[in-house]
Design a protein around this ligand. Structure first.
Ligand code: AMP
Length: 413
């Protein structure tokens, strides 16, 4: 008996795992699937790359398989995700895993940024599983195109993200639409206080699953931190791409403007590069991603929002051209590489003014990445008390900083 069958999955699902080349369940799948099938609430700490999507997708599909199908397709499971890219990927995984069902399961994927009508049309006749971003889901419910009164299972994927700033409101509106009795499956890379609060309110005696070490499907991520002046980052990036013969690189920057700007400079230097951010239409983003996956595009320059949920097998290198704002974003970013067992490289550029901020990220993550310098790109900028304080986003100069600045001013430096 296959290890997937031993978890209690139907033959058609086991066959799908074989077709997808999953030899064995990953640790998160081993722990989460039986817990979810027991009907209990689940809270799982799982990084992208751990096999978490298949973990809940298999559990949700198994439950649908086990239930007698009512004539009308009622929405039994809702998967909420923070981005359209993730919505598309989760929808794909669900469809692949459900491909051998005797009676087809209808899976609808709803996300904003594209016309609402085709999504409403596709919902006619109902859908057993809905994957959605919260905003578009609310729009569709407001149009009476979807009813959630029969929901059995709610999945929150990247739950920490869903509670991030913009989503919290929409999330509580969605929760208010659901029947009180339902199962919750929560997956999150981190557990910030807001999430703990929400889980305490929402979940009943949840099973907790924590996969402590780096997930098995992930390879090793080699982290590097290179000291370089801000103005030298693009030439350094070009140098590294050439020296390392990097065929596919995901570069993270802080703003949409920087996204266009860096991509532009790389293109002018003769590289196949493109900017990937929320301004582009969904069609354009899908095309870019397809080009990048197929190797037609060498460098993708993205903001955190753009880069979230990008799942590309064999993405060898991620570069933090600008550092992320938080340690959580750092984990998400470097998690784009070393997927599905491959080793990966995550390079961060550290101009003098960003050193203090990077140290903060290291502290939160409990690790230290040795600083290095590349010949020909050694930094000349030094940090002044002003820039040092400015390097930590949201941090005001402390009393000590001010004293130091005053002393420096007196010395005349
Ligand atoms: P996720 O954590 O959901 O982003 O999944 C990361 C990658 O692992 C995806 O490309 C999956 O196709 C792959 N994957 C999921 N489960 C398994 C498994 N049991 N064996 C091998 N690969 C898997």
């Amino acid at each position: 008996m296959s290890a997937f069958a031993a978890l209690g999955l139907a033959e058609s699902l086991v066959r799908a795992t074989e077709t997808l080349g999953y030899d064995e369940p990953t640790p998160i799948q081993l722990a989460a699937i039986p817990a979810a099938l027991s009907g209990r609430d689940l809270i799982a700490s799982a990084q992208t790359g751990s096999g978490k999507t298949a973990a809940y997708a298999l559990a949700v599909l198994q439950q649908i398989h086990a239930r007698l199908r009512p004539a009308l397709r009622r929405t039994q499971a809702l998967v909420l995700v923070p981005t359209r890219e993730l919505a598309v990927q989760v929808g794909e995984t669900l469809r692949q895993l459900a491909q051998f069902f005797d009676e087809p399961v209808k899976i609808s994927v709803l996300f904003g940024g594209v016309s609402i009508n085709p999504q409403m049309m596709a919902l006619r006749g109902g859908a057993e599983v809905v994957v959605a971003t919260p905003g578009r889901l609310l729009d569709i419910v407001a149009q009476n195109a979807l009813k959630l009164a029969d929901l059995n299972c709610l999945v929150l994927d990247e739950a920490d993200r869903l509670l991030d700033g913009g989503f919290a409101d929409e999330l509580s509106q969605v929760l208010a639409l659901l029947p009180k009795r339902r199962q919750h499956l929560l997956f999150s890379a981190t557990f910030p206080p807001e999430l703990q609060q929400l889980t305490a309110q929402m979940l009943r005696d949840p099973v907790r699953v924590e996969i402590a070490s780096a997930p098995v499907v992930e390879g090793r991520i080699d982290e590097r931190a290179i000291e370089v002046d801000e103005a030298k980052r693009t030439p350094l990036l070009r140098h590294l791409i050439k020296e390392g013969a990097w065929t596919r690189v995901l570069v993270f920057v802080a703003t949409r403007y920087a996204c266009d700007h860096v991509a532009d400079k790389l293109r002018k230097a003769g590289l196949e590069a493109a900017a990937f951010h929320g301004d582009a239409s969904q069609g354009a983003r899908t095309r870019l991603l397809a080009d990048f996956k197929a190797g037609r595009l060498q460098v993708l320059v993205a903001t955190d929002l753009g880069g979230r949920g990008i799942d590309i097998a064999k993405l060898p290198v991620v570069v933090n051209y600008d550092l992320p704002r938080s340690a959580t974003d750092y984990v998400h970013r470097i998690g784009r590489t070393a997927r599905a067992g491959e080793d990966g490289l995550a390079v961060s550029f550290i101009p003098a003014a960003a050193e203090a901020h990077f140290r903060l990220i290291e502290k939160r993550e409990g690790r230290r990445v040795p600083r290095e310098r590349i010949a020909g790109f050694e930094p000349t900028e030094t940090v002044t008390p002003d820039t040092a304080a400015g390097g930590i986003k949201g941090r005001r100069p402390s009393k000590k900083d001010k004293l130091r600045a005053a002393a420096a001013a007196q010395r005349g430096d």
